[in-house]
Write a protein that binds this ligand. Sequence first.
Ligand code: PLP
Length: 400
Amino acid sequence: MSFAASRLAAVKASASAWVSQAAQDARARGEDVIDLGIGEPDFDTPDHIKEAAHQAAKAGDTKYPPTGGTLRMRRAVADKLRRENGLEHTPDEVIVSNGAKQVLFNAFMATLEPGDEVLLCAPYFGQYKDIVAILGGVTVALPCPASEGFLLGPEALRAAITPRTRWLLLNQPSNPSGAVYSDADVLALGAVLADHPRVLVLSDEIYEHILFDGRVFRSFAALCPDLKDRTLTVNGVSKAYAMTGWRVGYGAGPKDLIAAMTKVQSQISSGVCSIAQAAAAAALEGPQDDVKRFREAFEARRDLVVRRVADIPGLTLDPPGGAFYAFIGCAALIGATRPDGRTLKDDNDVTAWLLEDAGVAAVPGSAYDLSPFFRISTAAAETVLADAMDRIAAAVSELK
Ligand code: PLP
């Protein structure tokens, strides 16, 4: 007997969670596995943030919080957006949710009619597709190949927009490719969108602080102010402050959109844990030194992985501009034969072989709708990454 409703048929479990589970299973069998599947900072949440949570609990901040977020947190978000992103939003144009993921869910639930289209730039964070599928929308993947720097160009965008297009989803720095748009690239996309007033823009900026080579982050809505009244800026504390477990994300956009999203949230989860919101507000309001420290560590790790991949025949990687992933091209490995005689037919086979022969858990490009690649998380210590790269190099050298 099946318990699942038909709308779940198109929905897959998160690929990185699945890969991490496979890594754990292998470890439980006694295998020595390095898990580079999950996208999570390996740092601990800074102490002053934990202390703020502690104080909130002790002060009795333990009642149901307002659905859309505490006033303190929504003000902290509005201040952050003004200070760091040059964006003006009032607290009633901000929603606080259980991670950026719930902001996405709320937004699509609040706006999509059955059959409405959401444009995604492939490779993309796989859950975008599954959330839209749960809600009866249709995702349209726009291929953004490595030769284009994994970036969407204005002509491809123009060609993809139909009367059913409801959202363009942009994510930069990108998970999984690390791609970052130049200001000119964003302005060119904005010019296309100006001709299509029904299309909303969701700008997922969750990796904004993890940006390399001296790049400066620019929010989509700040670069394209004419589109601000149909842009939802999505962000959260998970990646910048090593707070994945606290589950606090936020969105800022037009008041009516935020009100509709808050209505959705009121029926799902109510307001985010009051103590986690107090901690997140402290993260946004407090000293930002740890954000800088994390960024520097991620850049050094990126450099290490880029250097090491360059020495492995058959693998390709242009330096990612941000985020903490390496989306490694493996086209030259497709068709190769493993020592056990099996052939690598696609990037799913490549990641299965990496797990079995190299003891490295990675996510196949198919999970991000662009193949043949595999993604490793670079949110691990340099010694761990160096070990993983040694193992990958050794396994590649044994392919025929
Ligand atoms: N957006 C992107 C691009 C991500 O990579 C992730 C997490 O991996 C999220 C959103 C969700 O983040 P959160 O932990 O805030 O739900």
